[in-house]
Design a protein around this ligand. Structure first.
Ligand SMILES: Nc1nc2c(ncn2[C@@H]2O[C@H](COP(=O)(O)OP(=O)(O)OP(=O)(O)O)[C@@H](O)[C@H]2O)c(=O)[nH]1
Ligand SMILES: O=C([O-])CC(=O)C(=O)O
Ligand SMILES: [Mn+2]
Length: 641
């Protein structure tokens, strides 16, 4: 038995308050807010066992069970301030800036593993030994145990372990799922409170015996750690055990690696649960659009990291008469609803963890308004008037100076904000949050968009001929790499369904699961599938399309297609493309080169089809479902005519 289990008084009062008091030596009269006592000993037995086992392993100084209250959050913030992890941003209400260790700034895909008994359950087997698999990494359960034993023993010593009961989706909702994250990072504890629903209502569900995902996180230990941002970048690992719904993350405090409800649970573990239960867990935004005639439809869109999901999810429509409302900006859980016969989607998250650079009052006013209070900023620049600044934001006022994300005076010779710097803010604060964003049964989805950063060859929008063809379009997605993960430069990478870093199981099986949606429910009304590209460039390397709020012009065309208007399309080898003049460009100045934006260059597409086929055959080999190969064969045939 670890010592804490013998002492039933390991409660918030004795732990977090005293921890905070101890760290506030310069404020001896600090009065900690009173909290309710949530003792480890009163946790539901399955949760308690998980905590006990992890305490044994990680040896924290004490344990704090989170109730999710305001008072508790104040204590955590005090601790973060005392540790120097965050600084207050007086320009905004209740908002803070954190600077991470410069080596801990993004997801690390090469250190992310799925561990299953059989390798082929987790990742596809490439066609030959010479081909390196790029659709996830596998680790044997034995190796995982070794990796854990190499890193976790005493990894939390001297720190508080936070026990965070959290719900993905509204607590108790029919599509929601519960997790318990243990972490030694108060930054993670504070961020999980924004990004998920935490605390007592979730504990109530757990005490009724509801199953939960076990998520263990430690920032770890190494020599010469920054006291304000402990981490262990050389030994970081993000491990998933889908067979027992477990996540184990070591060495990084950065969002995608440490807020385990997000990519680890909602996508990697989520996709394996979804497959077992017949639904889909996807890297997609969810948005509601009301057109001038009053009809409202919801669409989902899968774009790779840093390719425009948050911006589309809360865009300020540039066409008059349109109303856009946001349900979610990063993750969608989609399930067949027998009442409407449609796929319904929920946003399992409660906050936005958005890319800061490029966000401003013109491109994304709704995101700017959402982060005006109760927000955590990570690795952005700091202004001398107590605010934040990043590349692409409106210039600061006269005389205001900037400190860069590394804490140095900013002089314009380098960036003020890290390219993957982020804002974390409550979704409920979004001025255009959808009235149904917390509806337990989700919202009915009329269309799914795939897209990415394609400087060349890929039209502004095209529509798949049917579901099977659409699944092939998702499988063939490619995009320029971004700062959201560790990849260097701007290479065009395959990123099927924008899920390459997030699959929890073999991508071949994932394709079969998508295809099966058509036959699984005989009466299903499937969403139409489209592909969009806001990022095509001209010969000077300038974007051909204005993007952002003007993307409503493309959505307008898509909505008319959902209504069945066949007069606005033209058939091409890759799918239906808007007929000339069928996209409303009225009032745009300069008028975009629509001919170029909608062109489908044959040579380019022959190479593209070849590249997709080679990729799937090399990477997924015998696990590629036959209908996908048939769709590629048909595409090649159409391109050769
Ligand atoms: N040119 C152009 N840039 C865009 C557009 N939409 C978004 N961006 C930029 O692309 C970057 C990423 O956009 P986000 O909307 O945050 O991307 P995301 O897909 O939500 O990213 P993750 O949070 O990493 O999943 C930001 O710098 C945006 O300003 C667009 O329509 N056109
Ligand atoms: O997971 C993260 O760190 C942020 C994110 O949304 C992504 O990269 O897609
Ligand atoms: Mn994302």
């Amino acid at each position: 038995m670890p010592p804490i289990m013998k002492d039933s008084a390991y409660t918030i009062e004795r732990c977090l308050s005293s921890v905070v008091k101890a760290s506030l030596k310069n404020k001896p009269d600090y009065a900690a807010p009173r909290l309710r006592n949530l003792s480890v000993n009163n946790l539901p037995s399955a949760v308690r066992r998980f905590v006990e086992k992890s305490v044994d392993l990680c040896a924290p100084a004490d344990v704090h069970v989170m109730d999710g209250s305001e008072a508790e959050n104040r204590l955590i913030v005090e601790k973060l301030l005392a540790d120097g992890t965050i600084v207050k941003l007086p320009k905004y209400k209740n908002s803070y800036l954190t600077r991470t260790d410069p080596k801990d700034v993004a997801r690390v895909e090469s250190r992310t593993f799925i561990s299953t008994k059989n390798k082929c359950d987790a990742i596809p087997t490439p066609a030959s030994d010479k081909i390196k698999g790029t659709l996830g990494n596998w680790m044997s359960p034995e190796e995982l145990e070794r990796v854990v034993q190499d890193r976790f023993p005493k990894s939390m010593s001297g720190r508080t372990m936070f026990v965070i009961p959290f719900s993905m989706g509204p607590v108790g909702g029919p599509m929601s799922k519960i997790g318990v994250q243990l972490t030694d990072s108060p930054y993670v504890a504070a961020s999980m409170r924004i990004m998920t629903r935490i605390g007592e209502p979730v504990l109530d569900r757990l005490s009724k015996g509801e199953d939960f995902v076990r998520a263990l996180h430690s920032v770890g230990r190494r020599q010469n750690m920054l006291p304000s941002w402990p981490c262990d970048p050389e030994r970081t690992v993000i491990l998933h055990k889908p067979e027992s719904n477990e996540i184990i993350s070591y060495g990084s405090g950065y969002g995608g690696n440490s807020l385990l409800g997000k990519k680890c649970f909602a996508l990697r573990i989520g996709s394996t649960i979804a497959r077992r239960e017949g639904w889909l867990a996807e890297h997609m935004l969810i948005v509601g659009i009301t057109s001038p005639d009053g009809a409202k439809r919801y669409i989902c869109a899968a774009f790779p990291s840093a390719c425009g999901k948050t911006n589309l999810a809360m865009m300020q429509a540039a066409l008059p008469g349109y109303k856009v409302e946001c349900v979610g900006d990063d993750i969608a859980w989609l399930k067949y609803n027998p009442k409407t016969k449609m796929l319904h989607a929920i946003n399992p998250e409660a906050g936005f963890f958005g890319v800061a650079p490029g966000t401003n009052w013109k491109t994304n006013p709704n995101a700017m308004a959402t982060m005006e209070s109760n927000s955590m900023f990570t690795n952005v620049g700091q202004t001398s008037d107590g605010g934040v600044w990043w590349e692409g934001m409106e210039p600061p006022a006269e005389g205001v100076t900037i400190t860069d994300w590394l804490g140095k005076p900013y002089d314009g010779s380098s960036v003020a904000a890290h390219p993957n710097s982020r804002f974390t803010c409550p979704a409920s604060q979004c001025p255009i949050i959808d009235p149904l964003w917390e509806a337990g049964e989700g919202v009915p989805i009329s269309a799914i968009l795939f897209g990415g950063r394609r400087p060349e060859g890929v039209p502004l929008v095209y529509e798949a001929f049917n579901w099977e063809h659409g699944v092939m379009v998702g499988a063939g997605m490619r995009s320029e790499s971004t700062a959201a993960a560790e990849h260097q430069g701007k290479q065009i990478m395959h990123d099927p369904f924008a899920m390459r870093p997030f699959f929890g199981y073999n991508f071949g099986d994932y394709l079969a699961h998508w295809l099966s949606q058509e036959s699984r429910h005989g009466d299903i009304v499937l969403p139409k599938i489209f592909h969009v590209n806001w990022f095509r460039k001209d010969e000077q390397g300038k974007f051909l399309w204005p993007g952002f709020g003007e993307n409503i012009r493309v959505l307008d065309w898509i909505l008319r297609r959902i209504d069945g208007d066949c007069s606005i399309l033209e058939s091409t080898p890759i799918g239906y493309v808007p007929k000339e003049n069928s996209i409303n460009v009225e009032g745009l100045s300069p008028t975009p080169n629509m001919k170029e934006l909608l062109s489908v260059p044959k040579k380019f597409w022959q190479r593209e089809a070849e590249a997709i086929e080679t990729y799937l055959k090399e990477q997924v080999d015998k696990d590629v479902p036959e209908p996908i190969l048939e769709q590629i064969a048909k595409l090649k045939e159409r391109l050769s005519e």
